[in-house]
Write a protein that binds this ligand. Structure first.
Ligand SMILES: Cc1ncc(COP(=O)(O)O)c(C=O)c1O
Length: 347
């Protein structure tokens, strides 16, 4: 018999359907350039596969540090940011630790907190404003001495962000802040972390851990590479929880090569933002749905009618999210047009 908190949980799931146009997982519609794939694979074929990866992942940590103006000691890399979120929650959340997060948000946080025996404190909010419920989160944090806060900005699945100054306010609250920036490239255009007060840039806050991924803007979801940055002390603690050697040499090498070509990410981001704005404007014209402001690579909307199956039968797979809301990832221009045509028919 599993532990009671696990027995009471539902598994992280995804509706598996075959569809011609797949807009359900916030993936990039643009594959990584073939020449670079081949370059890395050739180098990997020459490397012995009987040897473990570098214990410290130093090449990739150095490449990330150079790209974002950080130092390798402030960085951990992992098998997707999911792995690092699990390690950080394992490091900072124990039995009874209050963990404040908005709802709806990325479902994995609550599951990991529950597994750790923490006390999930979900702050329900309406996504209409495009902003996360900062004040309510702060009020919840103030009720406890040892709260952990989790914020995803832009937030999956609503698309909204922390208000200006929101990160500073969370840090000032004294809570340990886990900031998931999986979609930050689509909001900020490549900055390492959200803007913070100048003194915090000089002296990185003790109570902040930020998470990034190569799965979205870089278009490398299949490779499973994520990273986090925090103080040296926090990285040391999180590393005690993280599995050793979780990142394989091929993924590590591809991520390092990717960082030598920021133009790949920048081009993807530019195209996706342009398409997001075009699709958003078109969806706003459909009176039977309500579209929420978004700074990510997806658009979430509320519909009076259930639309998921009707879109599936037209070859378009999107995602059902909390309640009567649906989320569509931004695809290529052609995919977005096909989605729009089908949506107008079924909405
Ligand atoms: C908010 C958020 N964080 C993290 C992840 C996981 O990213 P990774 O592929 O790096 O594990 C996702 C994936 O969809 C996500 O939406």
């Amino acid at each position: 018999m599993s532990r009671s908190v696990v027995a009471a949980m539902t598994a992280y799931t995804l509706e598996l359907r075959e569809a011609e146009i797949k807009l359900n997982q916030n993936e990039s519609p643009f594959d990584f350039p073939r020449e670079l794939k081949e370059q890395v694979l050739a180098a990997m074929a020459a490397r012995p596969w009987n040897r473990y990866p570098d214990f410290e992942s130093m090449a990739l940590r150095t490449a990330i540090a150079n790209a974002y103006g950080l130092t390798p000691e402030n960085i951990l890399v992992g098998n997707g940011s999911n792995e690092l979120l699990a390690a950080a929650i394992g490091a900072f959340v124990g039995p009874g630790t209050p963990v404040v997060f908005p709802r709806p948000t990325f479902a994995l946080y609550e599951k990991l907190v529950t597994i750790a025996g923490g006390l999930p404190i979900a702050i329900e909010f309406e996504p209409d404003s495009g902003l996360l419920p900062l004040e309510k989160m702060l009020a919840a944090i103030r009720k406890y001495e040892n709260a952990v806060a989790i914020a995803c900005s832009p937030n999956n699945p609503t698309g909204g962000v922390l208000p200006d100054g929101g990160l500073d306010a969370l840090l000032d609250s004294g809570a340990m802040v886990l900031l998931d920036q999986a979609y930050a490239d689509f909001a900020s255009g490549g900055q390492a972390i959200l803007p913070v007060r100048t003194d915090r840039i000089v002296c990185p806050p003790q109570n902040l851990v930020t998470f990034r991924t190569f799965s979205k803007a870089w278009g490398l979801a299949a490779l499973r590479v994520g990273w986090l940055s925090s103080t040296v002390e926090n990285c040391r603690e999180i590393r005690k929880v993280k599995l050793p050697y979780s990142l394989n040499v091929i993924s590590e090498a591809i991520a390092a090569i990717a960082l030598e070509h920021p133009e790949i990410r920048d081009r993807n981001v530019k195209r996706i933002i342009a398409e997001r704005e075009r699709l958003f404007a078109a969806m706003q014209q459909i009176s039977r749905i309500r579209v929420f402001p978004t700074r990510a690579n997806f658009i979430t909307f509320r519909s009076q009618k259930p639309l998921f199956d009707a879109l599936c039968s037209r070859g378009i797979l999107i995602r059902e999210v909390a309640g009567d809301c649906l989320r569509v990832s931004i695809g290529t221009r052609e995919q977005n047009d096909a989605f729009l045509t089908a949506l107008k028919e079924v909405a």
